[in-house]
Design a protein around this ligand. Sequence first.
Ligand code: SF4
Length: 371
Amino acid sequence: MAGVYISWPFCAQKCTYCNFASGVEKPEIQASYLDALRTHLARQDWPFVPETVYFGGGTPSLLTVEDLARIVEKIPGSPWREFTLEAAPGSLNTQLTAEWARLGVNRVSLGVQSFVEKELRQTGRRHSAQTVADDCEMLRDAGICNFNLDLIAGLPFQTAESWEESLAWVERLQPRHVSVYMLEVDEDSRLGLEILGQGGRYGASAVAPDEGIVANYERAVAFLASLGLPRYEISNFAQSGFASAHNLKYWRMEPYLGFGVDAHSFDGAMRWGSPEQVRDYVAYVDRGAPREVGAETVRPIEERFLTGLRLDEGLATDRDALSPALRSRIDDAVKHKLLVWNGKRLRFTPQGILVSNEVFERFLGVDDANS
Ligand code: SF4
């Protein structure tokens, strides 16, 4: 079954670590984007009835309920099996959460990142640990008991001790789902640029070395498992039955359609995307949102490995049916204890997960002629 992704790329502030296509924009720019989004959705010739809707960004929780309703009314299939809304802690209130529930929202993902004051202040986030606790209570009161807490391992000033403080809050708040990302250092975020340039702004000089970040991630894996939230994907942990149905579609190569800036679509054979800038997206919709923009044919084997291996369940594959080139790359990764066979499923080992990007690179451009 297929899913729909919608991007609302506007935020109250631009966080220092953020490398998403998101930012602060004037109301009139947001209004023109809203119109473009509705036009794009209204023109869509739906090849399927969506089962899941994921509203990300950006900060879609900043949308009024009226505007949120005006967008999702264009999507067929309501009520969806899973309707996720990403939310910034502190942007919730009891009336809003009740109206979300009425609209069919049944899963909320809170961008917590940390529960520690010193870490939060450096990122530009404005909430506190208590804000998150209040938000979780409001969500439960509204009947939205399925919520996710996002955390980042490796924020400036994070230590092994402060990480324990964040994990203790997770235990207290008892979410059904937690995502733990390791800090990404690249040129798309202010913090990443500062670290790469060896500067000191945004707490760049107070980021733990790689080993410290990995140790915090591994501590989270063990701790969350002890809370009944085992890892099911490299960065995702959930109680049984609460893995994200929408995100599983990406990793299982099921079809999805994306709307809004930097949103991707996949029909089983082709993947295409939309422009990354708001103004370019509005112009793109004016041109009829041509599918050719960024369209690429997916290499099925390569794609299966890049997505399926992310899952703890691993990738079902028959070694004997694979091309010699692919077999040899797998065998080499198995020899180095990065991948392991479990019957006919190929999985990451715990140490393989820590260098997953390097392992994925082994499968780029692989010859799959015999597969
Ligand atoms: S991290 Fe989230 S809230 Fe912060 S700028 Fe990026 S999208 Fe917006």
